[in-house]
Design a protein around this ligand. Structure first.
Ligand code: FAD
Ligand code: UDP
Length: 377
């Protein structure tokens, strides 16, 4: 069999590239995917009770990129949705990211108002301050507040989610959820926030519905390696696996999901409740809040983090630490030595903690610069 392009992985990255190559270059693409569905970790589907769920945990689309938004909007209408999260702290449900409203949820009105004044004086209304930065800077009563937030919202959550303290992990991860000196308790502040009206899988399926694109599910790249001839290849799987772990394994965090159906209209106040402390899980997500689906009953998922073990569970999160970056760079040099015969892109191949919009932006960039731009030849 001969195709113009072989793409390994039918997640966001693989399917954006397949769509661009098929529609813009009129070239034939074969996508191989080892799972039994497209969509990678963004896969959603109706469960046995007719509730739309996200198989691999809650996926909230948010972006500031006009380009990414316009691109995806060709394939879907949108259901507007602003994500709101509460965290269980000392028996109270507290808005996260921690913000001025959270102060009033945990402290007496008088003390909350005093702390609000201090935060406004130091940082100004509307500022967003990562917890590790606050910890370095805060003194006096702000120091006490910072320690409180660090202990109650971040420390335990990080130990569970990553098996590491916030310091061991570095600022990029906890910096995703900074303290907000405002009353805006939306989880994201991006310009565009919405869910594909009929789901991620449907949107990605529409991208792949092109006569130049064929998808082989349940097919590992290793099974077809050498069987298929192609002019170019894009690999969106694990970069260390591609090179047979020649420099050792890159670590990942995995998750175990426990889905449960409940015969009630809604199970919890908001789509996501975080459990930073006592429980062994990190969060419970309720999908009806996200999708806006009206149905009898509701489905939630509970997330239990654990280490990734090859062959036993799935690699969900790259672990952004310096030592891992160094190991990844060794693989990157190998990838570069292939002289663009194989292009690497995506959360696993780039070993980067991409959100969906970043995965789309990366794929569009690879298409423009390395494929359509003709640098391959
Ligand atoms: P993936 O989705 O991982 O797709 C890679 C595909 O390649 C997979 O389907 C895999 O099976 C396949 N593959 C790998 N190796 C092989 C092989 N050898 N042969 C064949 N197939 C192979 N992003 C957001 O923007 N908002 C969110 O709210 C959000 N929540 C998330 C929650 C969780 C729990 C997780 C894990 C991620 C979340 N993300 C979120 C991130 C989002 O899932 C990723 O940005 C996106 O899925 C990356 O797409 P990708 O195609 O690069 O990778
Ligand atoms: N985080 C935390 N407590 C929370 C929420 C987030 O400590 O209640 C930290 C934690 O390190 C987490 C990171 O912020 O891994 C990023 O959170 P996000 O919700 O973006 O994680 P994702 O949805 O990617 O799992």
């Amino acid at each position: 069999m001969k195709v113009d392009w072989l793409i390994v992985g039918a997640g966001f990255t693989g399917l954006v590239l397949a769509e661009r190559i098929a529609s813009q270059l009129d070239e034939k693409v074969l996508v191989v995917e080892r799972r039994n569905h497209i969509g990678g970790n963004a896969y959603d589907h109706y469960d046995e009770n007719g509730i739309m769920v996200h198989r691999y945990g809650p996926h909230l689309f948010h972006t500031n990129s006009d380009k990414v938004w316009r691109y995806l909007s060709q394939f879907t209408d949108w259901h507007p949705y602003y994500h709101r999260v509460l965290a269980l702290v000392d028996g109270k449900k507290v808005p996260v990211p921690f913000n001025l409203n959270s102060l009033y949820a945990v402290f007496t009105p008088g003390y909350a108002s005093k702390l609000e004044g201090l935060l406004l004086n130091h940082y100004g209304f509307g500022s967003k301050v990562p917890i590790l930065k606050l910890r370095q800077e805060a003194s006096g009563e702000l120091h006490c507040l910072t320690e409180y937030i660090y202990e109650k919202v971040f420390y335990g959550y990080n130990l569970k989610q990553w098996g590491l303290t916030p310091e061991e992990l570095g600022p990029s991860v906890t910096g995703r959820v900074p303290v907000h000196v405002s009353r805006d308790d939306r989880y994201f502040q991006d310009r565009y926030q919405a869910i594909p009206k009929h789901g991620y899988t449907e949107m990605l399926q529409r991208m792949a519905n092109h006569s130049n694109i064929k998808i082989l599910l349940n097919t590992d790249y290793q099974e077809i390696e050498g069987e298929i001839k192609f002019d170019g290849m894009v690999y969106t799987g694990l970069i260390d696996e591609f090179f047979n772990y020649m420099y050792g394994e890159l670590p990942y965090r995995s998750l175990q999901f426990e889905f449960g159906y409940h015969s009630v209209d809604t199970y919890q106040e908001v789509a996501q409740v975080n459990y930073p402390n006592e429980q062994s899980y990190t969060r419970i997500s309720e999908y009806k809040h996200i999708t806006g689906q009206r149905a009898y009953g509701t489905t939630v998922s509970i997330e239990y983090p654990l280490a990734y073990r090859r062959g036993q569970n799935l690699p969900y999160y790259p672990v952004p630490r310096e030592e891992n970056r160094k190991r990844y760079n060794l693989y990157l040099s190998e990838a570069e030595s292939l002289d663009n015969r194989v292009l690497f892109a995506g959360r696993l191949a780039d070993y980067k903690y991409y959100n969906m919009d970043q995965a789309v932006a990366r794929a569009l960039g690879v298409f423009e610069k390395q494929i359509a731009g003709g640098k391959r030849s």
